[in-house]
Design a protein around this ligand. Sequence first.
Ligand code: HEM
Length: 411
Amino acid sequence: MEIGALNPSDVLAHARPANVPEDRVFDFDIYRDIPEGIDFHQFWFDLMKTVPHPLMWTPHNGGHWVSLRGEASDVVMSDSERFSNHTVLVPKETAGEAYRLIPLSLDPPEHRPFRNLLNENLGPKPLKPMEGAIVDLTVELIESFASKGECNFVHDFAEQLPVTIFMMLVDLPLADLPKLKHLADQFTRPDGSMTYPEVLTAFRDYLTPVIAERRNGGGEDMISRMVSSRIDGRELTDIEALNICTQVLVGGLDTVVNMLGFTFSYLARDQKLRQAIAADPALINDALLEFFRRFPVVSSAREVRDDVEFEGVTLAKGDMVMSPTIVVAMDTDAGEDPLDFRLNRPGRKHSTFGKGSHTCPGAHLARMEMKIVLREWFARIPEFRLADDAPLSYTNGIVGSVKPFRLVWDV
Ligand code: HEM
């Protein structure tokens, strides 16, 4: 695999900081695609086996640590005394600086009142009325291609359903979706078409009039409710309103799309599992738990508050530590054969939705959508497979993804 200790001249070229031991330096770039022919989670699993340390350091993206053990990753994500949310993206000076969004970039106790605004909008009760719309749209999309015997799963389905539902939740026009999705992707998987400040400015230009119109306008959509709320007895400032709305757009537009891609590209290759679910749809409940364990996608980071000893090295104040949720589920300490998909897996351990106070507020919506999709899909297309023999391709990044692939079935 494309990972190895950098040779000393490379190390010197990137000015390894004094607190980084030479044997912790590896050539790893989170924004580099997964090498062709290698599965996304296999890549991370192999990386964990290749690097004999719980933390490695890479000179890429401004230079940062990467946690490669489940326990270390969970601690970095949740211990706000040592690891701050002030910066959560690398490179710190560019992406990190632009992504000071609310509430992800806030530490407790400032985080809590803003987080409450999200919980009030994304919990089971406020989302209940959305259920019918999710079912209708799922059925409509599946039936638009079921009789053709094929679809591009990512373009025709995964990129349509969750984002359309999300645009309904925030009551924004579907016509704006391509633009917003492109912007959201620039934070998680930048393609070089825009600088980070340009992305932030574009979000602000888009959201400023929306917020001005909806503040105290009595609307029932998520943006109206959030920007009309009070925290600690006061209104949100303009910048707080912008930052929380941008955060919700970024969080809501990408993740379920990719979770669907991983889930269906796996199902297409596991005939036994497909047949089991088709014969007994009640298995979907347990399968869902295993899909969420088996396919974590997010690699977030934290900023070290003060010099601290951690996992055998000295982390310096201001260092960035990436703590991929992927390594929690792929750690053999968390359960045997983590790459295997197992119904009824005992004691499932994962942090797919994060760990600690920033644990994903969108998890309920994600679970609801995934469950409806599996149920409605299997009711209409119980048997399907990948159209091409070529191996799937994957992007890495803050949110990993499967590149578009086609499914076929008999009609
Ligand atoms: C399968 C789908 C999803 C996955 C795997 C996922 C994963 C995560 C993870 C790992 C975090 C924690 C990041 C950190 O601590 O640095 C997070 C936070 C967040 N997610 Fe999700 N997410 C998903 C769906 C969603 C959806 C649908 C929404 C919005 C509707 C959403 C909105 C957010 C927000 C706003 C935060 C920040 C919360 C805070 O700072 O308190 N997510 N998500």
